[in-house]
Design a protein around this ligand. Structure first.
Ligand SMILES: [Zn+2]
Length: 126
């Protein structure tokens, strides 16, 4: 019987947080986040590291930031070059639909005054 992992969720999710890794199927579909089963029914998916380039499909500006974030900032739907659409924070002010972005590794938020700093991907206007 396989041993069940007891590693904390934050640790298990690291692969997704520190690199843009999803899955790809032989039918040509790419998924981000990764999946166990493709739309075509195939369950033998391979992991795929995305190149990090994409285009803004839609966005909104958050003026009142939640605790730990500093506002205002932009949240966008980004179509990655490989096809999937992901949600991410976009840095820079000159944002508009159709602009090209690339993923960059940045501080995402701070938990509390002297709290844990969480790093991950943001997108930068190109
Ligand atoms: Zn498929």
């Amino acid at each position: 019987m396989p041993h069940r992992s007891s590693v904390p969720a934050s640790w298990r999710l690291q692969e997704n947080r520190y690199s843009l890794v999803g899955t790809t199927c032989e039918c040509g579909e790419c998924h981000m986040p990764g999946r166990r089963v493709c739309e075509c029914g195939n369950e033998k998916l391979e992991s795929l590291e995305f190149c990090g380039l994409g285009e803004i499909v839609s966005y909104t500006t958050i003026h009142v930031a939640p605790a730990g974030f500093s506002g205002p900032y932009h949240i966008a739907l980004i179509r990655l070059e490989e096809g999937p659409v992901v949600t991410g924070i976009v840095t820079g002010d000159d944002i508009s639909v159709g602009k090209k972005v690339k993923s960059v590794f940045r501080r995402l938020y701070t938990d509390g005054q002297e709290g844990l700093i969480t790093y991950g991907f943001k997108f930068e206007l190109m």
